[in-house]
Design a binder for this molecule. Structure first.
Ligand code: ASP
Length: 345
């Protein structure tokens, strides 16, 4: 049943007391704070609400809502949203259009989580399949396992007739050949990389999430990043909220990043506060400090959403019944003064 907007806002406000709703976006700044060290309260939306990483998350969010509105459930919706990103061969970070590993073949990582039942499925280092997120879902639904990797995951997918695709696109093959030559001349640049992590809250209060990436470009074959790691690149707790990550996976998975964001929300932080607190926690432990290239998105059970990243922050996409847009997250470069700098971290 559709909840009238006014009724939803009213009940949310009553439940949130200390965190009034605001249409304002989080403001960038030191420690994620706006003027006088205060941050705007996190925006909130009446569910269904979808949040995902990067501007390429916007069409994925739109697809997620379209599938949901057609009468499918939240799990189908997040899977189809991420499949939209995987199918875009012009995206060098997700799906078979991605930058290959050092041997010239694209290796894909993906996972999916259902808040109801606390179920999860995951695949890593999968070559030649178009939709690793759907293979991950099958692992979740048809096996007693959570994660399959490499040849085993491919055999599982082949047996179930998942759609196969090229080992690498012609464009990425040419770029890889140029990279090989540059590497021999010791002039190779580290290529860019991104991930789609996508989270959804349904009107019935259930949370779902999915995540997919081709990972670090020209990585050592077999390298697995944070994206398919439950609690690393994605975590969903149906009682609290959900979180996802993008950036250098090694700097996320050593800290159980998405799990930590959800745990901070459990302690009462808003989604943006939880993302910021997680970045500060990682920076406080990591020898590289804030030089991490790590970004998080988060969505709580009340429909509040937020994000934060190191450096200048990053762009993420949000969609609900009223809008579909790309937002800029706050960025952090140093330890904050005030409550987030204290023992709560
Ligand atoms: N987190 C991904 C990985 O390390 C890449 C990214 O999101 O930039 O594989």
């Amino acid at each position: 049943m559709k909840i009238p907007r006014r009724a939803f806002l009213g009940s949310s406000l009553a439940a949130m007391s200390a965190a009034p709703l605001a249409a304002a976006n989080p403001k960038p700044g030191k420690g994620g704070s706006g003027k006088r060290g205060r941050r705007e309260p996190d925006p909130s939306s009446r569910p269904p609400v979808v949040i995902s990483t990067w501007p390429f998350g916007k069409p994925a969010n739109d697809r997620t809502l379209e599938v949901f509105r057609s009468g499918k459930g939240g799990l189908d919706a997040v899977e189809q949203g991420v499949r939209q990103a995987e199918a875009d061969l012009s995206n060098p970070s997700v799906g078979l259009g991605g930058i290959p590993a050092a041997h010239g073949i694209v290796q894909l990582d993906a996972c999916i989580m259902s808040g109801p039942g606390h179920r999860a499925g995951s695949v890593a280092a999968v070559e030649g399949f178009k939709h690793p997120v759907s293979i991950a879902r099958r692992v979740m639904e048809e096996t007693r396992h959570v994660m399959l990797v490499g040849e085993g995951a491919q055999r599982f997918a082949r047996d179930r007739k998942f759609e196969e695709g090229p080992a690498v696109t012609p464009g990425q093959k040419a770029a890889w050949e140029a990279w090989k030559k540059a590497q021999e001349a010791e002039k190779a640049k580290v290529p860019n990389h991104d991930t789609i992590a996508l989270l959804m809250l349904t009107p019935s209060g259930d949370l779902f999430g999915a995540c997919s990436t081709s990972g670090w470009g020209y990585k050592i074959p077999g390298r697995v990043g944070d994206s398919p790691i439950i609690g690393g690149g994605l975590y969903v707790d149906n009682t609290v909220g959900a979180a996802g990550a993008t950036g250098i996976g090694e700097n996320v998975m050593r800290y159980c990043g998405s799990f930590l964001v959800v745990e901070f929300m459990r302690q009462g932080m808003s989604p943006t506060e939880a993302c910021l607190a997680t970045l500060h926690r990682i920076a406080s432990l990591d020898p590289k400090g804030y030089d991490l290239s790590v970004n998080f998105i988060a969505l709580d059970k009340r429909g509040r959403y937020g994000a934060a990243g190191t450096g200048q922050g990053f762009q993420y996409a949000v969609a609900c019944d009223d809008f579909s847009k790309v937002l800029q997250s706050p960025g952090v470069t140093q330890k904050p003064v005030g409550p987030l700098g204290g023992n709560r971290l």
